[in-house]
Design a binder for this molecule. Structure first.
Ligand code: F3S
Length: 392
């Protein structure tokens, strides 16, 4: 990959350790994937922030970077392993909390916006259509590429951090128009209404299409459900971009004639739900993967009120600090606390829930995929209304 004189100087270490290492990461990626050059990015989203997932090695890595550099473009941080203020409510161990706060501190020192959410597009890091960005949270990547029409590859935590420090990314993959066309049509032949339907659809499609870009027909979803669909496909497969006919910004130019087509009906959705279920029993119910919007939390509150009782078991609703503050300002959070814990900065997957629970229920297709492997959980998958009906 071509490097300008200035980029070569950075690579030679003339601007310090963090900028040199960042340029090494970007140059290597560019060479591996055949990029012609580095291009400027307008925003970064950095995953790899939970002590549970990055451990002491990750803490060392970000601390070293924090000693010698600051970011050059807007960058937001993914969820961490606990609510940074209310971590005791999650039964988090003190040793874990201390390490987690050190990681947070290192990111803060670099100038990163430690909003700790996987839905940065709901709180101000919302790129416009056509903007080049470097994001590394799979559900956020899918939303940015598909729903916003921004352009990002599926970055890892270190490469998105490197991009935030250099302000650039290698020009390949989804940054190039020609790589953003649909590879398969998904004709939806059944009603997709609830979050669990969306999660099951995403899980089914992600599992069967490999690395093709899906183009959905006959699908009408609001923005919250689109974020859930992308998250589910990214978890069960490697989908980082999808199009929905008449809904997503590139759908009118993303499709060629004679594409392979598959139909998804009720049977496939039910089969997918069955596969995501490994438990009838549940100790914890979690929603908010990806992090809930204000609207989703209000919807959950209505469901609890309709059920008309409180619960002995734990219910977590995961969201960003920004959304939590907004819900506190309007009194929704206070009303919700009667039924569930509203947690900010974290989620059921990157928090060490396995220390306290072994059977977790969720309405999220993404969480249902990761809870068994990353959190040693048996999973009950379903929509919130049906889950709470069977919950004590
Ligand atoms: Fe977000 Fe955690 Fe799900 S980071 S997408 S809530 S696994």
């Amino acid at each position: 990959m071509y490097l300008s004189k200035e980029e070569e100087r950075i690579l030679n270490g003339e601007e310090g350790y963090a900028r040199q290492k960042s340029m090494e990461i970007l140059a290597s990626l560019g060479d591996i994937y055949g990029a012609d050059k580095l291009i400027p990015v307008t925003s970064c989203q950095i995953a790899g922030a939970s002590y549970k997932t990055i451990g002491d090695a990750g803490l060392f890595f970000v601390s070293e970077f924090a000693k010698t550099s600051k970011i050059r473009v807007k960058a937001t941080l993914n969820p961490i392993g606990m609510d940074s203020i209310g971590w005791q409510r999650m039964k988090i161990k003190k040793e874990f909390a201390e390490k987690q706060l050190e990681i947070l501190d290192a990111y803060l020192k670099m100038g990163i916006d430690c909003s700790c959410t996987c839905t940065p597009y709901l709180i101000g890091n919302r790129p416009d259509c056509g903007e080049h960005i470097a994001w590394s949270e799979s559900s956020a990547i899918s939303f940015a590429n598909s729903v916003l029409g921004a352009k990002t590859n599926r970055e890892g935590g270190p490469s998105s951090l490197a991009s935030s420090i250099i302000g650039k990314t290698p020009n390949y993959g989804f940054h190039l128009e020609r790589n953003r066309k649909a590879g398969i049509i998904i004709d939806v032949k059944t009603e997709i209404k609830k979050f669990s339907d969306v999660g099951a659809l995403g899980n089914y499609v992600g599992t069967i299409i490999g690395n093709k870009i899906p183009y959905f027909k006959n699908l009408s979803l609001d923005s919250d459900k689109l974020k859930s669909l992308g998250a589910s496909m990214a978890a069960s497969g490697s989908v980082a971009l999808y199009h929905v006919e008449g809904l997503t910004p590139e759908s009118n130019k993303a499709i060629d004639d004679d594409l392979e087509k598959i139909e998804v009906g009720k049977e496939e959705i039910e089969e997918s739900k069955c596969k995501l279920n490994s438990s009838d029993d549940m100790e914890l119910i979690c929603i908010g993967c990806p992090h809930c919007s204000v609207g989703e939390v209000k919807e959950a509150l209505n469901i609890f009120k309709k059920e008309g009782r409180t619960f002995k078991g734990d219910i977590w609703i995961c969201t960003s600090r920004y959304v939590k503050n907004e819900l506190e300002r309007t009194g929704v959070a206070q009303e919700l606390e009667k039924y569930a814990k509203l947690l900010a900065d974290t989620c059921m997957v990157v928090a060490p829930i396995e220390d306290n629970y072994s059977r977790t229920a969720t309405n999220s297709g993404k969480a249902a995929v990761y809870l068994p492997s990353l959190c040693k959980q048996k999973v009950r998958f379903g929509d919130l209304e049906s889950l709470i009906k069977d919950f004590n």
